[in-house]
Ligand binder design. Structure first.
Ligand SMILES: Cc1cc2nc3c(=O)[nH]c(=O)nc-3n(C[C@H](O)[C@H](O)[C@H](O)COP(=O)(O)OP(=O)(O)OC[C@H]3O[C@@H](n4cnc5c(N)ncnc54)[C@H](O)[C@@H]3O)c2cc1C
Length: 226
């Protein structure tokens, strides 16, 4: 269930082991309509150092990232710091021919049924095993082996301009993102995502995550970026 990264990677792995699964995806295509830049930071996946190389060498799953991150710029309210090195990769998600979903879709031979409305229980009547890869904890919550302690609201925009594909930026500044963070991920020389992630704490309940807030945020962003 689900033709996201997990579902597609699972299908590719099953195929390598002589099992041909059927994939059920509720969308009309793989990937969200919002094309989104993501980062794979090496520091977060220890003891693996190079996620892309590990996926190909150990699992036969081939992903081409958008770029290697060579610099990360972090802004707090009053300070700025730069981290340089082989920090990881940027990649694209969503309905783009180079997105990770599109790349995985090309590597699977399994049939994908789009517009699927079938539940886990319905699929279990048709198949011996069902792998749930729906990207959320709904079924796990029902079976009580998963607890959701905190949710985070994320709002993102795609901006056009001149960007260095090898540099990502993050703002840990409560004026911009109370208790959360904001980040900029370029996915070409001309386009980047700016996203704002704010935990759904009671203190943040009054924040209007709409046009007014984005305007204020854009103004703050320009000030910091300059
Ligand atoms: C805004 C945002 C930014 C992120 N940034 C990063 C980042 O920079 N780096 C990083 O490592 N991670 C990031 N993540 C997390 C990353 O996107 C997820 O960890 C990853 O997508 C999980 O993959 P998945 O296959 O489990 O789920 P998903 O990619 O969500 O795929 C689930 C699929 O299942 C389908 N589906 C759902 N319900 C059903 C159903 N009932 N029947 C059939 N199909 C169904 C969905 O349509 C979807 O195609 C970010 C997430 C968000 C939302």
């Amino acid at each position: 269930m689900g033709a996201g990264l997990s579902g597609l990677a699972c299908a590719i792995t099953l195929e390598k082991n002589g099992i041909t699964p059927t994939i059920y995806e509720k969308r009309s295509k793989v990937g969200d309509r919002f094309v989104n830049g993501e980062i794979l930071l090496s520091i977060l996946i220890r003891p693996v150092y190079d996620s892309i190389a590990t996926l190909s060498e150990e699992f036969g799953i081939y992903l081409k990232p958008t770029s290697n991150i060579q610099e990360m710029v972090l802004f707090s309210k009053n300070e700025k710091t730069n981290i340089e090195g082989r920090l990881g990769f940027t990649n694209i998600r969503g309905r783009d021919k180079d997105s990770f979903e599109s790349q995985l879709e090309q590597q699977t031979k399994s049939v994908i049924h789009y517009h699927s409305e079938e539940t886990y229980e319905q699929l279990l009547r048709k198949h011996s095993h069902v792998v749930i890869a729906t990207g959320d904890g709904d079924y796990a919550k029902e079976h009580r082996n998963f607890r959701e302690d905190l949710t985070v609201s994320i709002k993102g925009v795609t901006v056009k301009g001149d960007f260095d594909r090898y540099t990502v930026m993050a703002w840990l500044d409560y004026d911009i993102a109370p208790y959360g963070y904001c980040y900029l991920i370029p996915f070409s020389e001309k386009e980047a995502n700016i996203s704002l992630a704010i935990p759904d704490y009671p203190e943040n309940a009054d924040i209007i995550f709409g046009a007014h807030f984005m305007k204020r945020y854009a103004l703050s962003f320009n000030r910091k970026y300059e």
